[in-house]
Structure formats: C-alpha cells, structure tokens
Design a protein around this ligand. Structure first.
Ligand SMILES: [Zn+2]
Length: 369
C-alpha cells in the first residue's frame, strides 16, 4: 500500500460503510513500511464499537465488509508461496489433479495474464498451434483447420474505447475488478492522477502487485492440459509509481463519497451479486462530472449472481442504468447518466494453445450528473 494512495484516498471502514458510517481507517503502530509504502500491517477502524483491524499483506490492504469470511475463504491463497520451478510445479500439479484449486487458479491466471500482457511476449502472445488468419484455406483441400489466433489486449482496447468517450481528468482513478492490473497501468499512462486497482481475487491481483513490488511480471502460461510454462519479464510502465492494488469489494467500495474522477468496471457487472448496487457504488464515489465505464459480455453465472438479477443484454443494461439514476435523483444524490454511444467490442479469452473463447463485449460510458 503506497503512502500516497492511503493519504490521498483516505479509505474508510467497509463494514461501517454498510451501516451508513464513513469511518476513517488508521495505520496501526508496528507496520512494516519504507519510503515506497506499507508491505504489512493493520488498518484499524476508528469507530469504537467496530474497531475492525484490516490486514495489509504483501502490500495489499484487505478492505472488505466481511473480513472474517473473506479471510476464511482466501487465507490459504495469501499464505501460498509464490512460485516453484516449472518441473517441480508440474509434479505437484499432477499429483493434485486438474480440479484442484491450484490448477483452477493458475488456469485463470494464465487467461487473464495473456490478455493483459500477451503483447510483451516475443511471439506477440500468439500460440504456434493457431495458424495465420483465415483466407489461405483452399476449398476441397484436406489441410488441417487454422483457426484465427486469439488476440491479447481485449481489455486494453476496451479501456481505450472508453477513455476516448470520457473527459480527460486529473484526479484519482478507480479500476474496479482490475484483475492482473494492466488497465491500471494504462490509466496511469493516460492521466496524471493516482490510479487504484481493486479486486477480490488475490491470485490475479498478486500478479499486478509483483510488478509494483519487484518490477517483475511473472505468470503461468498454459500450453495444454496441465502443461504450463512460467513467463517472467522485467517491466516498468510509465506512471507505474502512481498505481496501487488493493483487495476490496466492488459492492462496498471503501471510500468516502465523491473521491474519484473516473471509475472503470470492465467485465465486472456480471461478476457481482447485485448489479444495480455496483452502479450505485460507482456513482457514490465519483465526483460531480466524473466519468464511468461499464463493459460486459453478459456472461452470467448463477453461482455469483441470482438469475433474477441477470441483465439480459444491451437494452436491459441501459434501462438498469436509467433506473439506478432515477433512484439516485429521488435520494438527492448524484446520478450516472449514459454519455456517448454504446459500443460492442471483440474479446478473446485464451484457454490454451488450441482453444479460445470469443465474446462480444458491450461498453457503456456515463458521467455523474
Ligand atoms: Zn468500522
């Protein structure tokens, strides 16, 4: 946790926030810190009848409303060692089996890291098994199929499309559901203010934190099945010193109202239990005139979002935005209003050398009235 972000953003207790109280958090004595920031310590709620102490681990404060529940579900991930040599990891992974959390997690890390950072690979992230783009096939020829290779950078292209429709800003920027973090670095390159990336998924966020803390991008690249290769790159992104990554809940953003100039939620709204609440939280933490972007492939899962809360397509998303804005106006608080045209963008999710998924992602931009 960088000192600059803690001091400028003044996070509040997410548990008290749910009771309508904006209670500041204070860094408890005894933290491990240096000029760069706090690597471990406690952030304590100042309200006496709350007093929750939120840990900072590996530089990431854990600011979630149900701290005990999150730690019970995720603590083993925080305490897991970072890396093993490929041959050692392969033996351990094979023994655990493909359905073990270890393998599920690194499969997810591989897909996200490929999209965010695949451009840094020497082969541009294009796996050898995919051929050249279609057009070379000869009708009637029995040549093997050569599917179009998945293109990394979908999340970055979506961000760029959003920024092109939003006003330039100088204040703090929030990247909600930032995963492995490339968009936070892109936001820092595009604006002069502080950028904070939030995610609840520590194995993803840890890849971004590794860039902040060690200037190294390190992730498992999945070839096929349980065959992974560790990829490592020394990286430095312009403005990276203004980026920080915290663990926080998109539905309980641990900030006072009107803190940020921009709030991005790229492929997040179909990963939360209450989509209207995400929009309301974005509106709450934005300053008047602030900009927001919501992108989604409408890829709902009943394990995350109750089916009766699913938003069925672009028109329904625009209706939801308008409904949340109407509620905000009734409550006398700022409302997020669509600004600029809605867009559909290509989004590939690379699974392994021979498989990728292809989504059409819908992007809406909005500004706070
Ligand atoms: Zn509290």
């Amino acid at each position: 946790m960088r000192h600059a972000h803690f001091e400028a953003l003044q996070p509040v207790c997410p548990a008290c926030l749910r009771r309508g109280i904006e209670s500041p958090l204070q860094l408890a004595p005894g933290a491990l810190e240096d000029a760069a920031g706090v690597s471990s310590g406690l952030l304590r709620c100042a309200v006496l009848d709350c007093g929750i102490a939120y840990p900072i681990i590996d530089g990431a404060p854990i600011l979630v409303p149900d701290l005990a529940g999150w730690l019970a579900a995720n603590g083993h991930l925080l305490l897991q060692r970072h890396e093993l040599p490929d041959p050692v990891e392969a033996v351990v992974a094979a023994a655990l089996g493909p359905d073990a959390a270890f393998n599920v997690i690194r499969t997810q890390q591989a897909s996200y890291a490929y999209d965010h950072y695949g451009d840094l690979e020497e082969d541009g992230g294009t796996p050898a098994a995919f051929g050249p783009p279609p057009g070379n096939a000869v009708p009637g020829n029995c040549a093997p199929p050569t599917p179009t290779p998945p293109q990394p950078g979908a999340v970055r292209r979506t961000l760029a499309a959003a920024l092109a429709q939003l006003p330039a800003t100088t204040g703090p920027v929030l990247d909600i559901g930032c995963a492995v973090g490339r968009t936070a670095f892109d936001l820092a390159a595009a604006s002069p203010g502080l950028v904070l990336g939030l995610d609840l998924n520590w194995p993803l966020l840890a890849i971004g934190r590794g860039i902040l803390d060690r200037a190294v991008l390190s992730y498992p690249h999945r070839r096929l099945g349980m065959h992974f290769e560790r990829r490592r790159h020394a990286v430095s992104f312009p403005g990276g010193e203004r980026v920080d990554f915290w663990i926080a809940d998109a539905l309980a953003l641990p900030f006072r109202g009107q803190t940020f100039d921009l709030a991005m939620a790229l492929n997040v709204i179909d990963c939360v239990s209450a989509p209207p609440r995400l929009i309301a939280e974005m509106a709450r933490v934005l300053r008047p005139g602030g900009g927001a972007a919501i992108a989604t492939p409408f890829d709902w899962s009943s394990q995350v979002t109750p089916p009766d809360a699913w938003v069925d397509g672009p028109a329904a998303l625009e209706t939801l935005l308008a409904e949340v804005a109407a509620q905000a106006r009734q409550a006398g608080v700022g409302a997020l209003v669509q600004s600029g045209p809605a867009r559909d963008l290509d989004w590939h999710v690379r699974l392994h050398d021979r498989a990728a998924m292809h989504y059409a992602v819908h992007l809406l931009t909005a500004s706070l009235d």
